[in-house]
Design a protein around this ligand. Structure first.
Ligand code: NAD
Length: 500
């Protein structure tokens, strides 16, 4: 019998009642390994009501107790890290070492939340007016929701839930229906860490559940991470319903390599950042901008490395790159190689050839690493997010041309520059229109005490995610103006309150 993946609401596994389910594949074999319940709007509503009840008590729990729960959760996740990495790998397809890396980066956000107390302090002004003091306090929003993508089933939920819960909110998480088990396991571990029932709920689903979240008046704020088209929809519908929304979208991250860069260092970085997790990372490098004379040696150095990458199942410790998440996605990614050739680019390494995937089960959703040279703006392989192991090379004459390319692209998530020239770096970071910049670092995902977010079509809303921006997003400020007059000094005064 096929395994069922149920919702986790009010501290318990809850079978779905909608009668709708979706398949969860093992991407390395192509088999359906489980079915996930897809929630109806009514099921989402029921979870929100349970979360609201739990939040009323949770917000009254002392900050030190909330912090203690975070510390226990952090310890439990750490103890279960191998099991969690294997779980992510089994449904997503990424190799287990990569899944462990994702978990470690997610855990940084829990560690940040363990130390959240100082960030929840308010301000105090004594004697703003005679005998009058003012102070601000931060309070949680209530019930908040998260909608997450398939590509980081552990890290992206942790970007959201650690801060939201530590701030005193209750959370309804709608993970990707493609790899939903990691979220349920995180919720179980939170329960084991002492989080009261109903503070963290996992509701599985598709568009029906997402739209129910966006419309539910009981949800105060929505954090979304996924593709740009859906991010725009979530932002527009959620804000129209009066919610606070942060919606992170897709990306096309350029790595600019200047002529003075070390070719081998740049090639290693490009290969690691383009093909890690089979390119299914929002911060993956998908375009190398080779400036001037470095182009030919750099393309040769990258091409030489690709046949050596070991493609195989995520559970194989010797595999470096696993399959893609579904057959449909693999076919879509592969279709760009035909389109690129039709549009006049040169497919230097074609990942569709079986020799590049010798360790892979032919039924699995594999695609070898591909390299496309001679790419220009206007080609679909350049303009669109592919989200797979396809790296494009655009050749530019100067640093200015390279910056202009990055800035003209609709996405603005991350970018990187490889050079030994500090002046060039300074100009690049000053002028480039992206939210996150790497200097000789190809995947500049900020540590948890900074915040994460792109610009342009990579982010809808003002708020970046996690870190200090996450605390701002999940709290609202109340200002109290207070007078404790001497009883004898009290008088009636119909004038507008002054401060002098
Ligand atoms: P996706 O947009 O297909 O799905 C994201 C979430 O939206 C899922 O929970 C899904 O169930 C839901 N969803 C899907 N279609 C919907 C619809 N029509 N209406 C309402 N909800 C819908 O994204 P994905 O394929 O799971 O993830 C990959 C995408 O996420 C890529 O575009 C990648 O760049 C992006 N991403 C961005 C970041 C970032 O930080 N900017 C991080 C990770 C992933």
């Amino acid at each position: 019998m096929t395994r069922k993946i149920e919702h986790y609401v009010g501290g318990a596994h809850v079978p779905g009642t909608s009668g709708r389910r979706g398949p969860v594949y093992d991407p390395s074999t192509g088999e359906v390994q489980a079915e996930v319940d897809l929630a109806s709007a009514e099921e989402v509503g029921a979870a929100v009501r349970i979360a609201a009840g739990a939040q009323r008590s949770w917000r009254a729990v002392s900050l030190s107790r909330r912090t203690e729960v975070m510390f226990s959760f952090r310890q439990l996740v750490h103890e279960h890290r191998s099991e969690l990495a294997a779980l992510v790998s089994s449904e997503h397809g990424k190799v287990e070492s990569d899944a462990a890396g994702e978990l470690a980066r997610g855990l940084e956000n829990v560690e940040f939340a363990c130390g959240i107390a100082p960030l929840l302090k308010g301000g105090f002004t004594e004697q703003a007016s005679t005998g009058v003091d003012l102070y601000s306090i931060r309070q949680p929003l209530g019930v908040v929701a998260g909608i997450t993508p398939f590509n980081f089933p552990m890290m992206v939920p942790l970007w959201m839930i650690a801060n939201a819960i530590a701030c005193g909110n209750a959370f309804v998480l709608k993970p990707s229906e493609k790899d939903p088990s990691a979220s349920v396991r995180l919720a179980e571990l939170f329960s084991a860490a002492g989080l009261p029932d109903g503070v963290l709920n996992v509701v599985h689903g598709d568009k029906v559940a997402v739209d129910a979240i966006l419309d539910d008046p009981g949800i105060a704020a929505v954090s979304f991470v996924g593709s740009t088209a859906i991010a725009r929809h979530v932002y527009e519908r959620g804000t129209a319903a009066g919610k606070r929304v942060q919606a992170l979208g897709g990306a096309k991250n350029h790595m600019v390599v200047l002529p003075d860069a070390d070719v081998d260092v740049a090639a290693d970085a490009a290969v690691s950042a383009a093909y890690g997790s089979a390119g299914e990372r929002c911060m993956a490098i998908s375009v190398v901008v080779a400036v001037g004379s470095i182009a030919d040696p750099l393309v040769d150095a990258i091409a030489k490395r690709l046949p050596e990458l070991r493609v195989g199942p995520g559970s194989d410790p010797s595999a470096e790159m696993g399959p893609l998440v579904t057959a449909e996605h693999r076919d879509k990614v592969a279709s760009y190689l035909a389109v690129a050739a039709d549009e006049g680019a040169s497919v230097r390494v074609d990942g569709r050839t079986q020799e590049l995937m010798d360790a892979a089960d032919p039924r699995g959703f594999y695609l070898g690493a591909s390299l496309v040279d001679g790419v220009r703006p206007g080609m679909r392989v350049y303009d669109e997010e592919i989200f797979g192991p396809v790296l494009s090379v655009v050749r530019a004459g100067t640093l200015d041309e390279a910056i202009a390319l990055v800035n003209a692209h609709p996405y603005g998530n991350g970018t990187a520059i490889f050079t030994r020239d500090g002046g060039a770096v300074r100009r690049f970071q000053f002028e480039v229109d992206c939210g996150m910049v790497g200097v000789n670092v190809p995947i500049p995902v900020p540590v948890a005490y900074y915040s994460f977010g792109g610009w342009k079509a990579s982010l809808f809303g003002d708020a970046h995610m996690y870190g200090p921006a996450g605390v701002d997003f999940y709290t609202r400020t109340k200002v109290v103006t207070s007078r404790w007059p001497e009883p004898a000094a009290s008088t009636i005064d119909l004038g507008f309150p002054g401060t002098r």
